[in-house]
Design a protein around this ligand. Structure first.
Ligand code: PEP
Ligand code: MN
Length: 338
């Protein structure tokens, strides 16, 4: 894969499991081996990771297989223990990214270490908190930062364990264009069958790599058993993955793209002109209502406008949510005009 690949089990469970998983993902072509040593669990009493003794196993992977390793750090203490063992690639988990005090503590402990830091998005869909965490690291001289999209907490609805909210990634890309942005489809999916489609979507959107949970015997895993892949299914996922390039100089492709884009540009211009015309008529209606002492907001009329718009939208195969949102904004603006 011409993208960054980080793979390994959710948790380091035993020396044998770690070495077996590391050998398998190295064979598949992983650039970095992942395994959690301290696990943030929702309920106490679950497996909370092996802790410090497991760092030794990761260090062994690094030394004997020559494979870079990474683990989650959630405190300055974790950082110090990792650095002592020569583990210089760490990740900040979603729960930690939500907490600027913890991120600052970790950034301070990493200062001057030359570490590489993967920053997962916070559990809530607050892009600023995510970017703020990267800024705290950067202002401590840590420049080797990779953003990891692992989805956002959601209510009961939704196909996935965590909602990907793909549209937020555009904002992140625009605001931090210099940082690689990769996807963790495992924590978005929650179920192993759903991991490939999310990985493919991440590639279609041009993300820079993947972090995927892979365990030699997923059903026996001590954490996140339902979302981990066997090495064979990870290999299959990668074999089927279609990666796209950012651009192409192929003349036929460029011509067709230009033609389609010019159509989009002219439609966008029409949308703006029509909006301006619509607002002008709104103002005339406002004046008419004023002269006749009629109230501005008339729910029955608006109900009819929305109904017509939604019917037309459905007939043209447009998403109802899109039309609802656009018309709500247009209505708000019209009322302001009057
Ligand atoms: C993990 O990678 O195993 C993990 C706990 O991730 P997150 O912080 O994204 O939940
Ligand atoms: Mn996990």
């Amino acid at each position: 894969m011409n993208k960054l690949l980080i793979a390994g089990p959710c948790s380091a469970e035993s020396r044998e499991q770690v070495l077996q998983a590391a050998r398998a993902v190295k064979e598949i072509g992983a650039d970095i081996f992942r395994a959690g040593v301290w696990k943030p669990r929702t309920h106490p009493g679950c497996f909370e990771g092996i802790g410090e003794p497991a760092l030794e196993w990761l260090a062994q992977v690094q030394e004997t297989l020559g494979l870079e390793v990474t683990t989650e750090v959630a405190s300055a203490h974790h950082v110090r223990l990792c650095l002592e063992k020569g583990i210089r690639t760490v990740w900040i988990g979603a729960r930690t990214t939500t907490n600027p005090f913890m991120v600052q503590e970790i950034a301070d402990a990493l200062k001057g270490s030359g570490a590489k830091v993967l920053v997962k998005n916070p559990v809530n869909s607050d892009v600023d908190l995510w970017i703020g965490a990267a800024e705290r690291l950067a202002s401590n001289g840590i420049n080797d930062i990779i953003l990891v999209h692992r989805g956002f907490s959601k209510g009961l609805a939704g196909r996935y364990r965590n909602d990907p909210k793909w549209h937020l990634l555009l904002q992140v890309r625009e605001r931090m264009p210099q940082l690689p942005l990769i996807c963790d489809p495992s924590h978005i999916a929650g179920e192993r069958e759903l991991v490939p489609e999310i990985a493919q979507r991440a590639m279609d959107l041009g993300l820079d790599g993947l972090m995927i949970e892979c365990h030699p015997d997923p059903s026996a895993a001590l954490s996140d058993a339902s979302q981990q892949l066997t090495p064979a299914s990870l290999k299959e996922l990668l074999d089927n993955l279609v990666t796209r390039v950012q651009d192409s100089s192929d003349a036929a492709y460029r011509d067709r793209l230009e033609m389609l884009r010019s159509q989009i540009d002219s439609l966008d211009a029409d949308i703006i002109d029509n909006l301006a015309r619509r607002m002008e008529i709104s103002r005339q209606i406002g004046a008419l209502k004023r002269e006749n002492g009629i109230s501005i907001v008339q729910p029955v009329r608006w109900g009819r406008v929305m109904q017509d718009a939604l019917q037309r939208a459905a007939a043209s195969g447009l998403e109802e949510e899109l039309v609802n949102k656009i018309f709500a904004l247009i209505h708000e603006a019209s009322v302001r005009q009057q």
